[in-house]
Write a protein that binds this ligand. Structure first.
Ligand SMILES: NC(=O)c1ccc[n+]([C@@H]2O[C@H](COP(=O)([O-])OP(=O)(O)OC[C@H]3O[C@@H](n4cnc5c(N)ncnc54)[C@H](OP(=O)(O)O)[C@@H]3O)[C@@H](O)[C@H]2O)c1
Length: 297
């Protein structure tokens, strides 16, 4: 039996922390791939799952290894050995975490790594770019239409803004003046937009919703703001929609190509050794780093 080093929690809930653990490497079955992880990105969802604010498809299995995003090299299974790849681990389905030396995943989750990105940069793509790509699909905009992204410097918001611009959509930011038309989403000086993407939630989401023209489209990626008490009801002909990111190798291949074409750019804020995963989560929680935090096994 082969073992690997992973950063894992023995329980979830308030105060749960990660520690180094030696866990079994699972051999790939039919339609699966074993990937040697070169880099794993840290996402806000990793904090949520550790804190116990998270729903898995199946009963939670412990120890829990967090991590949605990996870039690495195929070791075995249903993919060319030695291939450089990226993948979302689809954690809510698989409970396979990227904070480890190896992951075993469905081959359908895997895509070629963009040739122009290094391992850390490539690892920033999967979850955030899949989410952004799905959000734009739901928003269903045409070239020349306007989109307000309310957190355009975060991972999902930035990828969404880049993909939208590449599709000929006019992307607006809160508080940034628009030629001759005031400032989007600030005080009484509100410009109407065709569509808005909320990546922040809370009061910012409410202001963002208010900027969408009647009959426009509105998508949020923040589930907390979707539940009773925070959810918008259909209003003014706008039906709010929630993105639930799906691990898709086909969509991720499109995203890899967009990165190679220069339509998507990766921003690594900090790299840390895998064993500093707890520090990485603490930094994320305190919003202490701009750009993605990436763990290196
Ligand atoms: N539904 C899904 O399937 C799905 C998938 C992926 C992510 N998500 C969720 O989407 C959200 C964004 O994820 P991400 O990876 O893009 O995170 P991120 O890179 O940390 O970006 C978060 C963005 O929100 C802004 N922000 C955070 N806290 C804020 C606050 N208190 N007030 C104002 N602005 C704030 C940040 O602004 P600054 O840059 O100024 O800090 C940044 O623009 C998270 O809630 C995440 O859990 C959902």
């Amino acid at each position: 039996m082969t073992t690997m080093r992973a950063m894992a929690a023995d329980r979830v809930g308030p105060g749960a922390t990660l520690r180094p653990q030696d866990l079994q490497v699972r051999e790939p079955g039919d339609g699966e791939v074993l990937i040697k992880v070169k880099a794993a990105a840290v996402n806000p969802a990793d904090l949520g799952m550790l804190a116990g604010r998270y729903r898995w498809y199946d009963e939670l299995r412990l120890p829990l290894v967090p991590g949605y995003d990996v870039a690495g090299v195929v070791e075995a299974g249903d993919w060319e050995p030695g291939a450089a790849v990226v993948a979302s681990t689809g954690h809510s389905r698989t409970q396979v975490g990227g904070y480890a030396e190896y992951v075993t995943l469905p081959a359908s989750y895997v895509a070629p790594k963009p040739a122009n990105l290094d391992w850390s940069e490539a690892a920033t793509l999967p979850l955030a770019a899949l989410t952004a790509h799905q959000a734009l699909e739901l928003l269903d905009l045409h070239p020349g239409q306007s989109l307000l992204v309310n957190g355009p410097r975060g991972a999902v918001g930035r990828f969404a803004a880049e993909l939208a611009r590449a599709a000929g959509i006019t992307v607006l930011e809160p508080g940034v003046p628009v030629d001759g038309a005031g400032v989007v989403g600030v005080g009484g000086d509100v410009v109407s937009v065709d569509a808005a993407l909320d990546v922040v939630g809370g009061e910012r989401a409410r202001q963002t919703f208010a900027t969408v023209r009647d009959g426009g489209s509105y998508v949020t990626v923040v589930p907390e703001f979707w539940v009773p008490g925070g959810q918008f009801t259909p209003d003014r002909g706008i039906t709010p929609q929630l993105v639930r990111a799906e691990p898709s190798g086909a969509r991720l291949t499109t995203i890899s190509r967009a990165a190679e074409a220069g339509d998507l750019t990766a921003t690594v804020g900090k790299t840390l050794p895998l064993t500093d995963a707890q520090q990485a989560l603490d930094l994320l929680a305190s919003r202490g780093v701009s750009g993605k935090i990436v763990l290196l096994p």
